[in-house]
Each structure stands twice: as C-alpha cells, then as structure tokens.
Design a protein around this ligand. Structure first.
Ligand SMILES: [Zn+2]
Length: 475
C-alpha cells in the first residue's frame, strides 16, 4: 500500500523477461485466471495451475496488495455441449454439477476463493457488444456458415504473446472449433451459428441464432470486472496459444488499448515421467487421489513445491515425501505450543530474521518456492536443535509461532494445527473451569460446562489421575 512497497519480480511471458511488478493503481493488483471448463472433474494438471495462481495471489496479499481476483467458469463450449448431450442432461444442470464439484475441490486444497466467478452463460450481452464493435471496426466478418470470425491478418500484433508466425497464415483459413492445432494461426470463431449438433443450446441474437466461441468469453468477463486494461492474467502454458493470443487480439482490437500488462504461465505437469493421459492409465483427478487416502493438503504441498515455470513430474514417491514434509512442519508448530522454557541463547531472533529475509527474497523473485521452502526447513531444523536442548523461552516460541502463522498465510499448509491447538486449549480451560466449579460445589455451572463440552463433541471421564477428555467418535 505504500510507496516503498517491496519489489516483486514476475516473469512476463509477453516480454520473456522477469520484470518488477508495477500495478496500474498503487497497492492494488487486478488478477484474472482462466477457470475450469465444467464438463468433468478437474485433474491434477488443472490444479497445478490453480495452486500456482493461489500462491501468486497469497504472495501479493502478503506484500500488502489489495487483490481483485476474477476466475471464470466456462459453462458453454464445444466440450460442455457434447458431454451434456452424451449424458442426456440439460446443459445448465450438467454444468451445475461440475461447478459444485470444482468448489468442493478448491476448498479441500485450501485455495483461497476468487472475488468473482462469472459464468459464461450469464455474460452473453457483454460478448455480443465486443463482437459488434469488432465488426464495426472491420476486425470481424461473417463466414459462409453464418458464424462470425476474427480476421487475424487485420490485427498486426497477432502473435506477440505466443510468437506464432502469422506470415504463414493461409488466406481465409479459419476454424470453428474452440481448440485447434497449436502450430497455425487461423481466423477463429467469435460467434458460432447454430448447427443441429448444438441441439437446444443457442441464443437468438442480432448476430443470429448461435452461441459464443470460447475465447471471447474470457475477454468479455475479464474486462467487465477488471477494466479494459488490467494487471495480471494467468493460465497454463497450453492456453497461451490459441486461447490467450486470441483474447489479446479481440480485446485490443475492440478497445484500442493494451489488454494485460503481465502474462504468467505455468508449465506442464507429467505423471511418472509421462504425459498424463487416460490412454496411459496415469490420469488423475483430485478425487482419484483422495479416494486413495491422500490428505488434500499433502497434494497441495506437492503441486506447489516445484517452481511454476518448471515442468513438474508428479509421482507417488513425491506424494510420500510431501506427506513427511507437511508432518514435519505441523509437528514443529505443535512443539512450539508446548514450550515452557526460560533459558535463551538469543539465537532465535537471528534465525527468524534470516528466515524472513530468505523467504521474502525468494518469493519476490518470481515466486521461487523451492528456495523459500528450503529456507523454512533449514529454520525448522535449527530451531528443533534449540528445542531439544531446551534453549527456547516461552516468549520466543510464541514469536516463532506468530511467524509460522504469517508464513502459512502464503503456503496454506499448516493451518489445521493452529485450529487443533487452539481447540485443545479452549477445551483445557473449560475442563479446568468445571473442576473449579465442582470444588466450589457449584453443580449447576459444572453441569452447564459439561453440556457445552458435549455440544463440542467432547466427552469427559473421571479417572484416578483426574479428569480426562476425548473426542466423541463420529460415524
Ligand atoms: Zn480463458
């Protein structure tokens, strides 16, 4: 929020360089991330992108930016129509099911929700406005099939993001499908005229009976909520061409302004060294992994722990290692809560300063998470040595605990422990209060506290060693 806000460097695909992030408005960051196409459960490759974006957003927030995050839901495109027909469900009912599943998935991965999740089907008028402007300005034309296409050769900047060669563009070559060959620039559909395959999915508009192309959806929804020019647009590298290239073309041709200042793309994910594909039997949704008994936070850790611009190889061995890493962090935080010591070496303060500097330096450097995490584990190792020797005071432990909460605001890994520890503290206090009430023969208060604990799922037992408590088993 301040003039001396630390500098975050981000790799901008548009310039192929790391650049200091300079937002349009001081202290604010406007972020658009391409959301899921809701025709199936999202797979771990999708979640790699969503987790990289979550890290970016959390880091901007840590650096005191006020972030406005918009993520669209593609609830109409070639795939959603085809799959809903296959299932025999109306499109809206079919996509609503996968929208719900998507929200459940991101919640279990502890991904912070966006400010807005616009649905494509609810933004048809905004898309029509852009298409009409493009036609009026001569950037779009009606094809023989009555669909409306963007004329790539009319936009001289076409190819500036993906570096695709437009010189090789075949005159009149055009494509109606949402996804098409990655090597060729072609005129692409902004509005698709209705065909019998679309069934009952269409809008009657001044542009004719039909439906939008996929690319125009993101231009319309991002500009509606973030303005004609905004700060950061993210997505997977496979969306760079044609999707993002087309977003730039249609948005900039329509407004005459620069669309996005920073484009950020995460690299591909492989599984056990191979392209993830149903054909190879190595295709996993988040739900597949949860069904195998993995903790979603362990999956979060694994997908987050490799730098976003590196290709990531997902392995089950990696998942096991992540499980151990998450456990090490949680155990450390639990341990901090147990410190009662009074002896200090004075080293803790120096270690925290070192950790903060290293963590901030590495994440400011294009989200270098691998170095950030190794600095956290170095710190934990050195702290554990001091804890073993009983050389940490209660105050120092509390300070370190506070730092870990701040760091976890970025990582989103430890969270549960804090809740767990806070809960057990609250329970301990209630149990002590009840004991005091009993000693004072205040039976009414003692009973009330017992009832309160019961409502929290806590069962009390009288033992020879005094009162014990445990959590009621839930079915
Ligand atoms: Zn998009």
């Amino acid at each position: 929020m301040t003039a001396n806000q630390p500098c975050i460097c981000l790799y901008n695909t548009l310039t192929r360089k790391k650049e200091a992030f300079a937002p349009l408005e001081v202290g604010k960051a406007k972020l658009y991330t391409c959301g899921p196409t809701v025709y199936d459960y999202a797979h771990i490759g999708n979640f790699r992108a969503f987790l990289f974006e979550d890290l970016l957003k959390r880091w901007l927030i840590y650096r005191e930016y006020q972030v406005t995050h918009v993520m669209n839901l593609t609830d109409i495109d070639d795939k959603t129509i085809k799959c809903s027909q296959k299932q025999g469900s109306p499109l809206s009912q079919f996509t609503a099911f996968y929208v719900k599943a998507f929200f459940e998935d991101i919640q279990s991965l502890n991904i912070q929700p966006a400010n807005v999740y616009p649905k494509a089907t609810e933004h048809i008028p905004e898309m029509l406005t852009i298409i009409k402007t493009l036609m009026a300005k001569g950037f779009a034309y009606k094809g023989q099939d009555n669909s409306i296409y963007f004329s790539v050769c009319k936009f001289p900047d076409y190819g500036k993001l993906s570096h695709i060669k437009v010189g090789e563009l075949k005159a009149g070559a055009r494509v109606c499908q949402d996804e098409y060959t990655k090597e060729e620039a072609q005129d692409f559909a902004l509005w698709k005229a209705w065909t019998p395959e679309d069934g009952d999915v269409f809008w009657e508009t001044e542009l004719g009976k039909g439906r939008p192309g996929w690319h125009i959806e993101c231009s319309a929804m991002s500009m509606k909520y973030l303005g004609e020019t905004f700060d950061i647009h993210c997505g997977g590298v496979d969306n760079m061409f044609p999707h993002h290239e087309n977003e730039i073309a249609q948005s900039e041709a329509a407004t005459g302004k620069k669309f996005v200042n920073y484009w950020m793309h995460n690299e591909h994910l492989q599984v056990e060294g191979k392209k993830m594909s149903k054909r190879f039997g190595n295709f996993y949704t988040l739900r597949d992994l949860l069904a195998k008994g993995y903790d979603p936070i362990v999956i979060r850790y694994l997908l987050l722990s490799t730098h976003y611009r590196q290709q990531f190889n997902f392995t089950f061995e990696g998942l096991e290692a992540s499980k151990a890493a998450v456990e090490r962090l949680r155990n450390f935080v639990r341990r901090l809560h147990e410190v009662e010591g009074e002896r200090s070496t004075g080293k803790v303060a120096a270690l925290t300063v070192k950790l903060e500097a290293c963590l901030e330096g590495s994440l400011d450097d294009d989200l270098n998470i691998a170095i950030a995490l190794s600095s956290v584990f170095d710190f934990v190792r050195e702290m554990n040595a001091l804890l073993d020797a009983n050389l940490v005071t209660k105050q120092e432990a509390a300070d370190v605990g506070g730092l870990m909460i701040r760091i976890d605001g970025v990582l989103g890994i430890i969270g549960k422990v804090e809740v767990e520890v806070a809960l057990s503290r609250a329970i301990k206090e209630l149990v002590q209060k009840r004991e005091a009430a009993r000693k004072a023969k205040n039976w009414k208060e003692a009973d009330e506290i017992r009832a309160q604990l019961k409502a929290m799922g806590i069962v009390l037992e009288d033992t020879a060693q005094g009162i014990r408590w445990h959590k009621e088993k839930t079915a």
